[in-house]
Ligand binder design. Structure first.
Ligand SMILES: [Zn+2]
Length: 292
């Protein structure tokens, strides 16, 4: 599942590739892609619009259109946005195509078909990407799903994180970090990697973290996300960037999917467990359950 670094990689590439291009046509090959809006109506709102920019919010890709509308793409489990020339060989499992007037296009490829597109009024999205009004957020499901703070923004300070951990003190830290209503964009990979870097056991209650641990966690979240972006994201199964290339972050995993391999810090075997229905990886020596 693409997380913040993967979606950021795609958004940055598309910004360079499609900004200034004009949409000539929109085709849907999967009826639920634009639901509840019929593809025909969806297309009518996109055609002749110029792309003014592309950005990321949480795990969403936002295309800013002239006239003020924003095309919101939720990649969910397996979505890809591939920039192609129209003449390029066909891709498998294309659910939608944004075709530009210059014969280039963005193909939305999605094996599992959970990905969705929506068009929202730009005024409902703040400059920082937050959904402005509760009403707007309700009306547009994908936006509502990521109303949390951006962990690479200036607003995400050690102090903010400390207050948040205190407020949600009864939650297991691993599960809390995955909740997009708190912090946006963190999925299982970067969650496991950040907790290992901060030396915090995934089942610890958020409220039990010391000030020093909260500070380490703050540093670790930023560090792993920036590293993921620098390496173009992590490709395990489906993720490809907008140019159809795999990322390199998977080569740098310290604990994620590394069960039984030695911890890079202490040599103890990494343990895989299941927490909140998700696979979790941690080092039993570096990340102890005991509160320091
Ligand atoms: Zn260790």
């Amino acid at each position: 599942m693409p997380e913040l670094p993967e979606v950021e990689t795609i958004a940055r590439q598309l910004r360079g590739l499609v900004t200034g291009r004009v949409i000539g046509a929109f085709r849907s090959h999967w009826g639920r892609l634009t639901e509840p809006v019929p593809p025909r109506h969806f297309a009518r709102r996109l055609v002749d619009r110029r792309i003014e920019g592309v950005r990321r919010r949480g795990k969403l890709v936002l295309f800013d259109l002239d006239g003020g509308d924003v095309l919101v793409v939720s990649l969910r489990m397996t979505g890809q946005l591939l920039f192609r020339e129209a003449e390029a060989p066909p891709d498998l499992r294309v659910r939608g195509v944004i075709a530009f007037t210059d014969r280039s296009e963005v193909r939305f490829v999605d094996t599992r078909k959970f990905g969705r597109m929506a068009i929202v009024d730009g005024r409902e999205i703040g400059a920082d990407g937050t959904a402005r009004s509760a009403a707007g957020a309700r009306a547009h499901g994908p936006l509502h799903a990521t109303s949390g703070i951006e962990p690479l923004s200036r607003a995400f300070t050690t102090r903010w994180l400390g207050d948040f951990l205190h407020r949600r003190g009864r939650s297991a830290i691993k599960v809390l970090l995955l909740d997009p209503r708190g912090i946006a964009g963190i999925g299982n990979i970067y969650d496991c990697e950040a907790l290992w870097r901060a030396r915090i056991h995934p089942t610890r209650l958020a409220g039990s973290l010391t000030t020093a641990e909260a500070a380490r966690l703050h540093e670790a979240i930023g560090w792993v996300l920036r590293k993921g972006i620098r390496l173009g994201g992590a490709s395990r199964r489906d993720y490809l960037d907008a140019r159809g290339r795999a990322g390199r972050m998977q080569r740098e995993f310290q604990v994620y999917a590394q069960a039984d391999r030695p911890c890079p810090r202490c040599g103890r075997a990494i343990v895989r467990s299941v927490q909140g229905g998700r696979a979790t990886f941690h080092c039993p020596r570096c990340q102890t359950v005991r509160v320091p």
